[in-house]
Design a protein around this ligand. Structure first.
Ligand code: ADP
Ligand code: MG
Length: 254
């Protein structure tokens, strides 16, 4: 117990939430399957970054989480490796199924970068992904979605477009990532994010009185990432995270 605290102090890891798991010191302590470890080794990484050391055991618990760490601190793999494990634990896609993992990102450039990591680390388990962003023709993106992909990385506007034209749906999304939440809010994506996150599972009608509001789905894990933690970011997080873990790297008064 105090060993975990000592480690957190040394690496400037602050945690909040109920039943926080211990941070991991080495890649092999996470409990990742061997195919994930192999990719990490191939990438030449020597140890988890602080956000990974604490974020991985949290994400693998299946709970919602808020991760705050500066740019360049390894947030992408902090959510992508658990996403890959998650996908591999799900039944395979059936025709017409939408993605299992959805990553929302503010810009095309960032979405493409995330896709490159998803491709690299998902290849050995044959996970298919695609990137959905505006400013380019829809045809190739539509064809990818129709083929069926487990992971979609998207900017909010084009994703809503694809949903409204029934080229994809979020019924199977059980792992939802909001990357660079602060930038997405700065860019005015708040309404689009709310719309995407609150998509109801229209495969069943839930009218019982004590069903949680649609933005909080018991079958969906939501991971919310940001470099900064201003009030607006916190408000959005509070709206759709259930019993989240929170991990902050570095100075606490962000
Ligand atoms: P962030 O999203 O926090 O800005 P990134 O996920 O883009 O950071 O990671 C920044 C860089 O660090 C990338 O080139 C990534 O491949 C690399 N990286 C990720 N994890 C590790 C690690 N454990 N050790 C070394 N480099 C890493
Ligand atoms: Mg990032």
């Amino acid at each position: 117990e105090s060993e975990a605290e000592e480690y957190r102090k040394r690496r400037e890891i602050t945690v909040e939430g109920r039943d926080v798991p211990k941070p991991v010191k080495a890649f092999r302590d996470v409990g990742f399957p061997e195919y994930v470890i192999q990719e990490i080794v191939k990438a030449g990484f020597t140890e988890p970054t602080p956000i990974q050391a604490q974020g991985w055991p949290m994400a693998l618990k299946g709970r919602d989480l808020v991760g705050i760490a500066e740019t360049g601190s390894g947030k992408t793999l902090a959510y992508l490796l658990p996403a890959i494990v998650h996908v591999n634990a799900q039944p395979i896609l059936a025709p017409g199924d939408g993605p299992i993992v959805l990553v929302l990102a503010p810009t095309r450039e960032l979405a493409v970068q995330i896709q490159q990591e998803a491709t690299k680390f998902g290849a050995s388990s044959r996970i298919k992904n695609t990137c959905i962003y505006g400013g380019v023709p829809k045809g190739p993106q539509v064809r990818d979605l129709q083929k069926g992909v487990e992971i979609v990385i998207a900017t909010p506007g084009r994703l809503i477009d694809m949903m409204e034209s029934h080229h994809t749906n979020l019924r199977r999304v059980t792992y939802l990532v909001l990357d660079e939440a602060d930038r997405m809010l700065d860019m005015g994506f708040d309404p689009q994010i709310r719309k995407i996150v609150s998509q109801e599972d229209d495969s069943e009608s839930t009218v019982a009185a004590n069903v949680p509001p649609p933005q909080i789905r018991p079958d969906r894990q939501t991971l919310y990432w940001s470099a900064t933690w201003p009030k607006e970011v916190e408000q959005l997080a509070r709206k759709f995270l259930y019993n989240p873990y929170k991990v902050i790297i570095g100075s606490q008064d962000l």
